[in-house]
Design a protein around this ligand. Structure first.
Ligand code: NAD
Length: 244
């Protein structure tokens, strides 16, 4: 029986690359999305054509009822999720003094509460099986801090704290909890940056390139696979040496 993975925010970017990688390797995949139904359907078609089995599921990760609906859907189709990839996230570049309460709350609702919602919802199945893998997508800015991204940096740092604490709590239940901290990755999240800024970021990266969604997906996949079985509570940087 193949394992089942729920990947949040999987219609594009890092989540999409992870969904395709799990699918290609024969996993059952729930492709979560919040608005792009067409793109999520495309990801599922590609997975179903490559030997995996995938279904799209619309849920805003900040909405607990919607997330519980997604968990129930995974149970109905595949008996429950063995692996959860908390990838969905939003970012925003803005001076600290201009971050309104509404902006602060929304970013935390998606990037932090979304991780809480999805993890708590998916957990009973993993605890019951005494087996599970949870991989949270943080950011290098959660480690080092980014100017003009205070709420994002604080949220991604919270995800690292969450990962460490939950790893300790869930170790005895056979569940690993890890994070990946990507550097600068070529996705829509960075599409607002002008070419000069992207060039400067590339020059600052010792490996002299911008990362790809596949670079991050490979690390997520490793942490979910049997090869990552004895790793828990870690945050693995995937940043080409940007932060060492
Ligand atoms: P992206 O913007 O392409 O992908 C983010 C995905 O999350 C999208 O599919 C979006 O629809 C989804 N999403 C947003 N809000 C949602 C919600 N409320 N419910 C469900 N889904 C929602 O960007 P990406 O780079 O692929 O981002 C993936 C993750 O990687 C994010 O957590 C991001 O913070 C993190 N990250 C990205 C970079 C980078 O340079 N691109 C660097 C570090 C960390």
């Amino acid at each position: 029986m193949p394992e089942t993975v729920i990947i949040t925010g999987a219609s594009r970017g890092i989540g999409r690359a992870a969904a395709l990688l799990f699918g290609k390797n024969g996993y059952n995949v729930i492709v979560n999305y919040s608005s792009s139904a067409d793109k999520a359907e495309e990801v599922c078609s590609e997975i179903n054509a490559s030997g995996g089995c995938a279904y799209p599921f619309k849920a805003d990760v900040s909405d607990r009822a919607a997330v519980d609906g997604m968990t129930a859907f995974a149970a109905e189709k595949f008996g429950g999720a063995d692996i959860l990839v908390n990838n969905a996230g939003i970012a925003e570049q803005i001076m600290f003094c201009d971050i309104t309460e509404e902006k602060w709350d929304r970013l935390f609702a998606v990037d932090v509460k979304g991780v809480y919602n999805c993890t708590q919802s998916a957990l009973p199945h993993m605890v019951h099986n005494k087996y599970g893998r949870i991989i949270n997508v943080s950011s290098m800015w959660g480690i080092t801090g980014a100017s003009c991204e205070v709420h994002y940096s604080a949220a991604k740092a919270a995800v690292i704290g969450f990962t460490k604490a939950l790893a300790k709590e869930l170790g005895p239940s056979g569940i690993t909890v890890n994070a990946v901290a990507p550097g600068v990755i070529a996705t829509e999240m960075n599409s607002r940056l002008d070419p000069e800024t992207m060039d400067a970021l590339r020059e600052e990266t010792p490996l002299e390139r911008i990362g790809t969604p596949e670079d991050v997906a490979e690390t997520i996949f490793f942490l979910a696979s049997p090869r990552g079985a004895f790793i828990t509570g870690e945050t693995i940087s995937v940043n080409g040496g940007f932060v060492i």
